[in-house]
Write a protein that binds this ligand. Structure first.
Ligand code: NAP
Ligand code: F7E
Length: 323
């Protein structure tokens, strides 16, 4: 019998890569999708015929109990979230409902239907926020700097709590920023790769950005979903930091991107205050020693390779759309 996994957030960046990985590993993949007035399956269109997509919402526990009862997965990956940090200040309550309380709802749905299900929670380096030590690892205290970060801290601890209270196989992956050509257009690396491609093709002249000095540990989403899967294959549930161990500023990322397209960053980047945040996370860099040693996880993509791949992909995409 093939193993069965359920993914919440399958229509997102990570959901699409994780679904590909699970299919390649011989899984039957159930994707929970929320109702919307227009279909948004772009990221999974190429594998849609191999997936079972079922309606459900992380805001609605009954819908998840129904899905779990009907499809009986052995593994659940909770990727659903309001995941854009800037939006979490304008929609803090929604962010809390989805990104924090949503985790309790799915954990509880699992507890009620089949507590043997193995559970993955998509925790985030945003929980470290105003960092208390560098680099950040599993034991680093949290100090979130946005409603999103606060919600993720709740999601993280409720996962730990269900593991300890009900002996559930619940693990939390503390993932640092990871990107790809499938990243949403509002996140910095994709905004830059897409903006550079538009300038290259003569569709735009400038790219408006906020804080160029913030530093992040950026990796490739395709590498990071391997860590999610590996965590659920361990005998013991645990929490793991997943990161490259390198940090780069927004400015450096822009330089690599503009350079790839043969453009000068200084000719096009304009600072726009609307993209500054009420509280910033200045520096993130992770130490993934535990993930390397315990689950054998390695990153395969370099920072430059990632940014260049994203720029190339956006130039190809826009060129095909304007042809
Ligand atoms: P993403 O592209 O924003 O995808 C989020 C997913 O959540 C989408 O499929 C979205 O569905 C779904 N969703 C939102 N609200 C929902 C609801 N009420 N019910 C059910 N589904 C809902 O995010 P991502 O980059 O793939 O990240 C995946 C997870 O990892 C998120 O939890 C994120 O917070 C976390 N994370 C991401 C990173 C990163 O660098 N990418 C780092 C650390 C942690 P729609 O398509 O319908 O909107
Ligand atoms: O910002 C700065 C911004 O929006 C990165 C999410 O996946 O990773 C992501 O959160 C940095 C910040 O990602 C612009 O101030 C400058 O310092 O790409 P971002 P994020 O906020 O780090 C974590 C790990 C998650 O868990 C989240 O879900 O870039 N920045 N100028 C800008 N950022 C944006 N978006 N737009 C700008 O114009």
């Amino acid at each position: 019998m093939p193993r069965r996994a359920m993914i919440t957030g399958i229509t997102g960046q990570d959901g699409s890569y994780l679904a590909e990985l699970l299919l390649a590993n011989g899984y039957e993949v159930i994707g929970m999708v929320r109702r919307s007035s227009t279909v948004n399956f772009e990221r999974i269109a190429h594998i849609q015929d191999q997936l079972t997509l079922v309606p459900g919402d992380i805001l609605d526990e009954v819908s998840m109990i129904q899905v779990l009862r009907e499809h009986r997965p052995q593994e659940v990956y909770n990727l659903a979230a309001q995941s854009f940090v800037q939006t979490s200040w304008s929609q803090p309550v929604l962010t809390g409902e989805v990104t924090a309380m949503g985790v309790t709802r799915i954990l509880d749905a699992i507890r009620l239907t089949d507590p043997e299900i193995r559970f993955y929670q998509a925790s985030s380096s945003e929980m470290f926020g105003k960092v208390q030590e560098t680099p950040q690892l599993e034991s680093t205290p949290f100090y979130p700097r946005s409603p999103y970060g606060v919600a993720k801290v709740y999601g993280h601890w409720i996962t730990v709590n269900y593991r300890e209270s009900y002996h559930m196989h619940a693990s939390s992956g503390i993932l640092f920023n990871h990107e790809s050509p499938r990243r949403g257009l509002e996140f910095l690396p994709r905004k830059v790769s897409h903006g550079v491609a538009r300038i290259k093709l003569g569709l735009d002249k400038e790219l408006r950005l906020g804080n160029l000095d913030a530093k992040r540990d950026w990796g490739y989403a395709g590498d990071y979903v391997r860590a999610m899967w590996a965590m659920l294959q361990q005998d013991e549930p645990q929490d793991y930091v997943v990161a490259t161990g390198e940090t780069h500023s927004v400015r450096e990322l822009c330089e690599v991107a503009f350079d790839r397209a043969g453009l000068e960053m200084a000719d096009h980047v304009v600072i726009d205050e609307q993209f500054l945040r009420p509280a910033e996370v200045d520096l993130l860099v992770g130490d993934a020693t535990k993930a390397r040693e315990k689950i054998g996880w390695e990153t395969e993509m370099s920072f430059e390779g990632l940014v260049q791949m994203m720029v190339d992909a956006d130039i190809d995409l826009l060129a095909s759309q304007t042809r």
